[in-house]
Design a binder for this molecule. Structure first.
Ligand code: AKB
Length: 319
């Protein structure tokens, strides 16, 4: 790598674990974390950190110059449920931050960009099961519209200006180190905290709301792998479908009951149900598997065991 890595949105759910992994792989000083707020102890103490707003182009440019940055991972975004409550704020954050980075890459200030897309690019008219890489995309959420627009711009900047931008359509990502904020798939994290604390959980999605999901370690592996792949292997320059698991709240609750038999679940769907209804239940990711050898490792029962161990460790430490 010619220069250092900059992670924008490093203190969020995925950003935190991605930063730690990249520091592990490439050296602590090589990976600069930035966010609008400070992160957890491990992230803050393991390498350089800078407060920065992802929409502040001048600040981001100054970081690129100061640290000699050649790769940017743009993880800052407003997620689906929060974006429905603040549409213009979400649009401005999700789009402005992307344009700044694409333009820095176009002007050759940086060499490579990672930008996450989401299953939210799909909509109610998309085939629901085994959703293909290329298909009908009519997203009905602000977040989905911003991600789909972002995909089109990534492809445009690659084709027109040769920008090396790489992207994955993340499903719901399950993890315990840093809580997610404002997503529709967040129930699948809350459920573990409540199962351990109270032995019961009321889901904001219906029992049969099947959605594509993935354990964090697999999501990080995919992100590192797509960025490490030779450029000619990355044939899709909008964003790759990526899949590991698909489950409903009921299936997840049953898997938790195998470990905690007294756990009880109830269902009280709210506005997020409509968002979940508009997304696929399962994703076909054969192109990612073929082009850059993507493979997931965690199945549902492994994920449940890892989550219960991780969350109960955190609960003990917080006492
Ligand atoms: C959300 O629920 O908004 C996110 C996503 C699927 O991109 N987790």
């Amino acid at each position: 790598m010619a220069g250092k890595i900059l992670i924008i949105g490093a203190c969020g759910q995925i950003g935190t674990e991605l930063t730690l992994k990249l520091r592990d792989l490439y050296g602590n000083d090589q990976v600069v974390a930035s966010d609008i707020r400070e992160g957890n102890e491990e992230l803050m103490s393991s390498g350089p950190f800078e407060l920065a707003n992802a929409t502040d182009a001048a600040k981001i440019e100054a970081l690129i110059d100061t640290y000699n940055i050649s790769e940017v991972y743009l993880m800052a975004a407003m997620l689906s449920a929060t974006a429905e409550k603040a549409p213009m704020k979400a649009w401005n954050l999700n789009m402005d931050s992307l344009f700044h980075i694409l333009n820095f890459a176009k002007d050759k200030k940086i060499e490579k960009v990672f930008w996450p897309s989401s299953i939210a690019v799909f909509g109610p008219t998309t085939p629901k099961n085994d959703t293909p890489q290329t298909t009908i995309m009519e997203p009905s959420t602000v977040y989905g519209i911003s991600k789909q627009t972002g995909e089109r711009w990534c492809e445009y900047y690659h084709d027109k200006y040769g920008v090396d931008v790489r992207s994955i359509r993340y499903p719901g990502i399950i993890s315990y180190k840093t809580l997610p904020g404002g997503g529709t798939t967040d129930y699948a994290i809350e459920i573990f905290h409540e199962a351990l604390k109270n032995k019961e959980y009321t889901s904001f999605l219906a029992e049969d709301a099947g959605l594509p999901m993935m354990y964090m370690d697999d999501a990080i592996k995919a992100t590192v792998d797509i960025m490490a792949a030779a450029s000619e292997k990355i044939k899709v320059r909008s964003s790759y479908n990526l899949s590991a698991l698909s489950f409903t709240p009921k299936i997840l609750a049953e898997a938790i009951q195998k470990e905690i038999p007294e756990f009880k679940i109830a269902y009280q769907p709210d506005f997020r149900q409509k968002i979940a209804d508009s997304w696929p239940s399962s994703i076909n990711d054969s192109e990612a598997r073929k082009d850059w050898n993507w493979k997931h490792e965690f199945d549902l029962q492994n994920l449940v065991k890892e989550m219960l161990t991780g969350v109960s460790g955190q609960l003990k430490n917080s006492k």
